[in-house]
Design a protein around this ligand. Sequence first.
Ligand code: MNH
Length: 489
Amino acid sequence: MSPAPTIDIDEGREHRRDVRRKLKNDWSGQSFPHAGRRKPFVGDLGVSDPRHPLLSLLEWGEGLGPIYEMRIFRQNFVFVSGAALAAELCDESRFCKALPPAIVALRQYAGDGLFTAYNDEPNWQLAHELLMPAFTKSAMQSYHPIMLGTASELFDYWDRGQGPVDVTRSMTKLTMETLSRAAFSHDFGSFTTSQPHPFVGAMIRALETGRRKGGLLTAPGGQLLGRYLDRRNADQQAYVDNMLDELIAERTGSPDQHDLLGIMLNVSHPETGERLSPLNIRHQILTFLVAGHETTSGALSFTLYYLSRNPECLAAAQREADEILGEDPTATPTFEQVPKFRYIRRCLDEALRIWPTVPAFARRPREQTTLDGRYVMTPEDWAVIVLGQVHRDPTVWENPDVYDPDRFLPANVKQRPAHSYKPFGAGLRACIGRQFAIHESVLVLACLLHRYDVVGDPDYELAVDERLTMVPRGFELSLEPRRARAVVE
Ligand code: MNH
């Protein structure tokens, strides 16, 4: 049994606020295509698999057109799969981020942290302004050595082992370590201890409960089930909250350390002098850990999957790594070299097109408007942009299921309509960690391909796991260390 976290929240009050903020989403009575036959009372229950709701959208949403809906009990969901409608929703002058029930459910853990804050919550603006400087391209300079360090620990760990490696598992360890070191200088020992640190498991289980609860709350009796899940989960959450609170307390008032926690503790707003509260800092750290590790891990894993399936792309990526890094297979890039891996970057972009690891995000209008010139939307209505469908809309992407990194050559990007590609979201509430994810991913891919020849199992068929994000399941690579040799052939 863990002691209660030192910072307490009035959960009743938080919950009442979320209920008050809930958007009606009735679309003024308009209806859209939906799957199968709708049943009285339960609606479209059973259409979507609750164990992987977003993945199953890609199946049952197929053929329903650019906008479609699902109703579960009294909760209405409207999905957008067409690129033109999605682009319209990404217009920040007319639309903004919406919090669907699944995101609201995460507020129990992440509170008013950046990802789960309502647009008008004062802590969003404050945290956004205080933390933006920590996520600029140039700020990556201080994370660069951390990223190189964890990558080299991963390679050593692989070199000590035998046989093929589980790619997603390895990449998840890697991104978790990078993030915890960059965020609060904590080493979870992922590559040095045999037992995973209990914090990581507790955090993931707590969030998984949140996700399940989010799905439940729309059903009659769901509140009750939700409370049951909460009780079962209370220990996990208390453990996670506690560890973070202790860490924050330990570091408060201690000399400046150059990680995200140091910035949050020591920097005040240049104009107002405001600072983040200890509770909000806990929410932010949890947010970074969660938002930043599985997403990047999935991006790396999907890229490696597609490279292993496309020998010409793999050869081109390896050639680029060799050209920039030279003969020594263990050479690592400087900070300035990372953006030079242009082809590897395109490989990453293309993997995130086919498998955007954050599979969807939601938007609502600022004022009443019409979508596509015909669907009335009030600020009480929201639509989910289904990235997996939008990124494969055949009106924008030729042969959308084919992996082709050259779609991201500058000339080709320029020819596509604006907002065709949105793996990091849109507008003010777009991903703050984008540069972080891209710098880390490109650096890791370049080092990896320079150091090893990679071979996938030819019999492996891509299977995708839906956790909080999308990741390949059971994908293994055999790694053959490369020798120092003439790189010019
Ligand atoms: Mn990230 C928001 C995708 C890596 C921290 N992220 C978002 C959104 C998408 C997204 C999409 C917008 C969601 C919405 O509109 O509701 N993020 C990604 C992807 C990767 C990623 C695909 C990796 C690949 N994200 C990271 C990393 C971090 C991070 C790394 C932190 C170090 N992301 C965030 C935060 C937000 C966010 C924080 C919320 C920003 C805000 O609303 O102010």
